[in-house]
Design a protein around this ligand. Structure first.
Ligand SMILES: Nc1ncnc2c1ncn2[C@@H]1O[C@H](COP(=O)(O)OP(=O)(O)O)[C@@H](O)[C@H]1O
Ligand SMILES: O=C(OP(=O)(O)O)[C@H](O)COP(=O)(O)O
Length: 395
């Protein structure tokens, strides 16, 4: 990565103002998945270990610019304290203003403070310069470790870098480094697996990956639109009629570029969209006239698993079927298992594929499981992420 990182700063006597992504799922004030908090620990521990005073800031949910206790980060301070072996994490009820400034000023070397939800202010998402400046009063150096929010040009992810020297944290460095290297310099064969609900969400990713990959495996709801583009009658399956022309163009473009774009050859067809729906495996040449495709079929699984087995770099975004329903999870789980066996670089990006890999208990087997859904998608589309652009370039 050509950006400065926390390693490039002498932290003695300095306050680090650190943007983290603590946007974690919560139920009744209890954190149900702390992956994103754990992912930020290396940066927090490093800064504290270097003697910096550490001021953490994050958003939680989408409170729409108003204070709302449901979205308070207070429970996260306690959870973080436990993850830091009982180290005190103080909490400021506000992310700017007198109280926040007083709490930041009273920090001793190595202390950690967490600020209240940035999105209690509408100015955060508007990237308001006065709000960014108010945040900047709380530190000497700005650290962005919030990869999951790096695709947002907000005051805490971009604007604040106008007022303080801005460097990357370790999580940011790792995410950008691993995914960037895979895109720029992949070990071959390079295979991308793209699934999920809609082609329209993934056009940018497919266009960016086609010239780079040896094989592109398509599954999930979006495969239906590709199959419809090839003339198959998909009955009641999720087909985006508006995107059929785009799917045709992508198929044509793959052919021209010599990329091996694979579509399912068999599907699991269900009578209706329900966990207990009657279902059967069907070949493309005997598609039923009613019902819907909710998973890739076993022949497709076998073919995709063979391609994955030979790969040296694999990137996966989007489930192969409606994996939330066990009857239609086989394709997604098989891809996860095939990736777990790869002798090479394996990267999973995107909210639902990450959920699937965790459901399968295979996250540990991957080279990298991204902490960003939207952010990893935009990165794989080849877009510049505002939260990264704002950081100081390495000399
Ligand atoms: N054949 C299908 N028909 C309808 N929905 C599907 C199908 N295959 C997958 N899905 C749904 O797509 C959703 C995930 O899509 P998406 O949000 O694009 O993925 P991601 O979050 O990984 O980027 C899941 O909720 C899944 O149930
Ligand atoms: O959870 C997040 O995004 P993701 O669900 O796309 O991974 C980030 O914290 C960004 O949140 P936002 O999409 O409300 O800006």
């Amino acid at each position: 990565m050509d950006k400065m990182t926390v390693r490039d700063v002498d932290w003695a006597g300095k306050t680090a103002l650190v943007r983290v992504d603590f946007n974690v799922p919560m139920k009744d004030g209890v954190i149900t998945d702390d992956t994103r908090i754990r992912a930020a620990l290396p940066t927090i521990e490093y800064l504290s270990g270097q003697g910096a005073k550490v001021v953490l800031m994050s958003h939680l949910g989408r409170p729409k610019g108003e204070r709302n206790e449901k979205y308070s980060l207070r429970p996260v301070a306690e959870h973080l304290s436990n993850l830091l072996q009982g180290k005190t994490v103080t909490f400021a009820d506000d992310c700017i203003g007198e109280q926040a400034e007083a709490k930041a000023a009273s920090l001793q070397s190595s202390d950690v403070l967490l600020l209240e939800n940035l999105r209690f202010y509408a100015q955060e998402e508007k990237n308001d310069p006065a709000f960014a400046k108010a945040l900047s009063q709380l530190g000497d150096v700005y650290v962005n470790d919030a990869f999951g929010t790096a695709h947002r040009a907000h005051a805490s992810t971009a604007g604040v870098a106008d007022y303080l020297p801005a460097v990357a944290g370790f999580l940011m460095e790792k995410e950008i480094g691993i995914m960037g290297e895979a895109l720029a310099n992949p070990r071959k064969p390079f295979v991308a697996i793209i699934g999920g609900a809609k082609v329209s969400d993934k056009i940018g990713v497919i266009e960016n990956l086609l010239p780079k990959v040896d094989s592109l495996l398509i599954g999930g709801g979006m495969a239906n639109t590709f199959l419809a583009a090839k003339g198959y009658q998909m009955a009641d399956s999720l087909v985006e009629t508006d995107a059929i022309e785009v799917a045709k163009a992508l198929l044509e473009s793959a052919k021209k570029q010599g990329a091996d774009l694979l579509l399912p050859t068999d599907l699991v067809f269900a009578e209706r969209f329900a966990a207990d729906a009657r279902h059967e495996v069907t070949d493309l040449n005997s598609l039923p006239s009613s019902g819907m495709a909710l998973d890739i079929g076993p022949n497709t699984v076998k073919k995709y698993a063979d391609v994955i087995a030979n790969a040296k770099t694999v990137i996966w975004n989007g489930p192969m079927g409606v994996f939330e329903m066990p009857a239609f999870a086989a394709g997604t789980l098989a891809v996860a298992e095939a990736m777990a066996k790869v002798d090479g670089v394996t990267i999973v990006g995107g909210g639902d594929s990450v959920a699937a890999i965790e459901q399968a208990g295979l996250a540990e087997k991957m080279t990298h499981v991204s902490t960003g859904g939207g952010a990893s998608l935009e990165f794989l589309e080849g877009k510049a992420l505002p939260g990264v652009v704002a950081l100081k370039s390495a000399k």
